[in-house]
Design a protein around this ligand. Structure first.
Ligand code: PLP
Length: 385
């Protein structure tokens, strides 16, 4: 049995979610939600139930939720909608620690004549709101940034940021793919125009997601067609959207639980005490409850992943989207870590399907793995002997 500690990469589909989805794959559930006969109406009603469930977790109105195919589509939709609203504004503010979806999109826009400001973060991964305020100009169309960082879990002060952006008359898009389902949201009260979320990060399947569009924001669709009130064309993925709704409903019930944070904290405290040369990357308080990013002096994370995998442990080095490349994480580099320490880092992200016995086993195996790797590269380590 594997121990899955990579819940920021993706999550297991919850059994209740699967159960809710199955009827929509069968011979009673295949109607097109745009059709007016009974089969279609049933599918349309299922979509609206899911929309209400997602809106409840987001703290917004149902008509502010647009279903999409993935977090990446939501991000692309929001960014192009904000840019389409005022074509004369050619400046975008983002940060140096975004998910690859935002980075690749902004790099593409830079080639198309947009000017991008990549805001730095400090050594704890935190963003200075005053610096953000100073970066917004008259021709700034959009501020787009993370709520919670996928690699470190560090949170940006979204309430404060929303107030600043509102004052400056630009659009704000928040990539909340990691925060959604882990933190309580109340979007109705925020000055946020667009917010992205994705099903597979909260125990729904891959390939289904949503975009929050504030009712006062001008919305230009990315995929043109009649569905989703003209805001996102394409026949809806009813089965997976039902799964996303079920996952959102379960997440609402778990928001108050401290179990995941207790496992994460116990794991982190144990390693800091028992494995010399361990450091936590990122602020330890302004952080998601499930994530820890750790460096182990004198190791290479690639080697650690291989040894951990042999013991059935799933975790990651940097973000899943860039692993396979040997480059150190852009997030850790932006926090000022040396290449060596960035390459010695591992991310562990807990979820509600973990158990106390997972915690016990990882606390036994990980120190052994670190020791083994250090023994292979003895000259490099300043902490032993
Ligand atoms: C996973 C992730 C995305 C991309 O979502 P997909 O549904 O996989 O396209 C975007 N941003 C963050 C912060 C993520 O963790």
């Amino acid at each position: 049995m594997s121990i899955y500690l990579d819940n920021n990469a993706t999550t297991r589909v919850a059994p209740e979610v699967l159960e809710a989805m199955l009827p929509w794959l069968g011979d009673e559930g295949y109607g097109n939600p745009s059709s007016s006969y009974g089969l279609g109406r049933a599918a349309a009603a299922a979509l609206e139930t899911a929309r209400a469930q997602v809106a409840r977790l987001a703290g917004c109105r149902e008509d502010e939720i647009v279903f999409t195919s993935c977090g990446t589509e939501s991000i692309n939709t929001a960014v192009q909608a904000a840019l389409a609203a005022d074509p004369d504004k050619r400046h975008i503010v983002t940060t140096a620690v975004e998910h690859s979806a935002t980075i690749k999109l902004c790099e593409h826009l830079a080639q198309r004549g947009y000017e991008i400001t990549w805001l730095p973060v400090d050594s704890a991964g935190l963003l200075d709101p005053l610096r953000l305020e100073a970066a917004i100009r008259k021709d700034t169309a959009l501020v787009t940034l993370l709520w919670a960082n996928n690699e470190t879990g560090v949170l940006f002060p979204i309430h404060e940021i929303a107030a600043i952006v509102q004052k400056k008359n630009a659009f704000l898009h928040v990539d909340a793919v990691q925060a959604f389902g882990k933190l309580p949201l109340s979007l109705g009260d925020e000055g946020i125009h667009f917010l992205s979320m994705s099903g597979h990060k909260l125990h729904a399947p891959k390939g289904v997601a949503a975009l929050y569009v504030n009712r006062r924001a001008r919305m230009t669709p990315f995929l043109r067609g009649s569905q989703e009130a003209g805001r996102r064309g394409g026949t809806q993925n009813v089965t997976s959207i039902v799964g996303l709704g079920a996952a959102a409903e379960i997440a609402v019930d778990h928001l108050g639980s401290r179990q995941i944070m207790e496992w994460r904290d116990a794991f982190e405290d144990f390693l800091l005490e028992s494995v010399p040369g361990t450091t936590v990357n990122g602020d330890r308080t302004l952080r998601l409850p499930n994530t820890t990013n750790l460096s182990f002096e004198g190791i290479e994370s690639e080697g650690a992943l291989i040894l951990l995998d042999a013991d059935g442990i799933c975790c990651s080095a940097g973000s899943a989207c860039t692993s396979g490349l040997v480059h150190p994480s852009h997030v850790l580099k932006a926090m000022g870590l040396s290449n060596e320490r960035a390459r010695a880092s591992l991310r562990f992200s807990f979820g509600r399907f973990n158990s106390a016995s997972d915690l016990h086993r990882i606390c036994k195996i990980l120190p052994e793995v670190v020791e083994k790797l250090r023994a292979l590269a003895p000259g490099k380590l300043g902490v032993s002997a």
